[in-house]
Design a binder for this molecule. Structure first.
Ligand code: UD1
Ligand code: UDP
Length: 385
């Protein structure tokens, strides 16, 4: 019997981190043939993940260009993937999350009448411009997909409220699976700086910021707030691996260069990032992935956005929405730095997003779809490990 051909398509750093353990799981399944196509919407930041997880893509569209627009990413992905799908003839295309790669790949698969599986399905803010364009990307992927792998029960509810009733599997988030292999107490950082930081006695704050809807005034506010926090609190050490987007690079360096306790460094690889977060005091970020990872490591997070599609850790008390106003960011950060009670109230490990077995459930659900298994996978139950 011929194997079902499952093609995973991804293009950015976070998609790669969250799809890598799934590619590995699919590769080990007897009845499935796992294929991997990268669009390379990101280049260096994607390659770093491929290296860590030892994935060699079968196809690489290599589309990235400096300062790319949403339209160039979409058209290059559509045209490239049309050819790849014609040649590889997958039986199912898997996409992840809410990037323009994910939307374009789902659309290209639909045009080729190939079923789509959506990993990390059902996250919503219900504001089409925030995050932009991600909210609309993931909603459109939801319409195009046949299989929906929802990390949490709230994500599943969002899909059902949109009239999607069939093909939803509650799996947990694959990023928690990835963390099983990356976080190690004896990890040695390749970068000297990160080995020499005194994590016990300094208040190490891990910072990231890159969202398109934060470009302009919100990002100016965020960077000014970070500058104030570092200068006013010499007991802190801000470690900020700066995203390679030219917009972010310019803003970060203009505001934060030359401050003694701020370290603007190149993006670190995913093992470094996870182990840095495991050792830090707190996290300030507009990233989606960091909002899921830091709570699992028991680290308080201030989210530098107006809303979040990941309310579970806010409800669990580990994450606070700081918004994008200077005063609010500064006052929440200063409270966490100086108020031990508040810090202790937030710094506890919670796992609303997964138990490390999401990829097994997704692969089981795919086998079920292709008649290779008689029963669907058991659901993820939050709070279990
Ligand atoms: C993209 C995703 C966003 C995700 C983020 C993860 C979309 C619309 N946005 O946003 O959802 O949160 O990735 O980081 O899909 N660059 C490099 N090298 C790299 C990566 C980026 O030089 O390895 C630079 C390039 O100049 C590129 C720019 O960053 O043009 C922006 O990259 P792009 O993928 O368009 O947007 P992100 O903000 O990274
Ligand atoms: N990350 C990384 N190196 C960095 C910054 C982030 O490996 O320098 C990882 C992080 O641990 C998480 C993912 O990249 O797994 C998040 O990516 P990003 O913030 O770019 O995108 P988002 O999650 O917001 O879509």
């Amino acid at each position: 019997m011929s194997k079902a051909r499952i093609m995973s398509v991804f293009g950015t750093r976070p998609e790669a981190i969250k799809m890598a353990p799934l590619v590995r799981e699919l590769t080990g399944r007897e009845g499935l043939e796992s294929l991997c196509c990268v669009t390379a919407q990101h280049r260096e930041m994607l390659d770093s993940v491929l290296n860590i997880f030892k994935i060699t893509p079968d196809y690489d569209l290599n589309i990235m260009e400096p300062g790319q627009t949403l339209s160039t990413i979409t058209t290059k992905c559509l045209l490239g993937l049309e050819k790849v799908f014609q040649e590889a003839k997958p039986d199912l295309v898997l996409v992840h999350g809410d990037t323009t790669t994910a939307f374009s790949a789902a659309l290209a698969a639909f045009y080729g009448k190939i079923p789509v599986g959506h990993v990390e399905a059902g996250l919503r803010t219900h504001d089409r411009y925030s995050p932009f364009p991600e909210e609309m990307n993931r909603t459109m992927v939801g319409d195009l997909a046949e299989l929906h792998f929802s990390p949490t029960s709230a994500n599943r509810k969002n899909l059902m409220a949109e009239g999607i009733e069939k093909g939803i599997y509650l799996t947990g988030n694959t990023v928690i699976d990835a963390m099983k292999t990356t976080v190690r107490p004896d990890f040695v950082f390749p970068a000297e700086l990160l080995n020499h930081i005194d994590y016990e006695n300094r208040k190490v704050i891990v910072v990231t910021c890159h969202r398109r809807e934060n470009y302009g005034e919100p990002m100016e506010n965020i960077m000014s707030a970070l500058s104030h926090i570092a200068r006013a609190h010499p007991e802190t050490e801000l470690i900020y691996p700066v995203h390679l987007s030219p917009v972010v690079q310019e803003a970060a360096h203009r505001h934060l260069d030359g401050i003694e306790n701020v370290h603007l460094i190149s993006p670190v690889d995913v093992e470094e990032m996870h182990n840095l977060m495991a050792r830090c005091y707190m996290v300030m970020t507009d990233s989606g992935g960091l909002q899921e990872e830091a709570p699992a490591l028991g680290k308080p997070v201030l989210v530098l956005r107006k809303e979040t599609e990941r309310p579970e850790a806010v409800q669990a008390g580990t994450v606070k929405l700081a918004g994008v106003d200077y005063d609010n960011i500064v006052s929440l950060a200063e409270a966490l730095i100086t108020d031990q009670n508040m810090y202790d109230g937030m710094a506890h490990a919670v796992n609303p997003y997964g138990d490390g077995s999401a990829c097994i459930r997704i692969a089981d659900a795919i086998e079920y779809r292709f008649g290779l298994r008689e029963t669907p996978p058991a659901e993820f139950v939050a709070g279990t490990r």
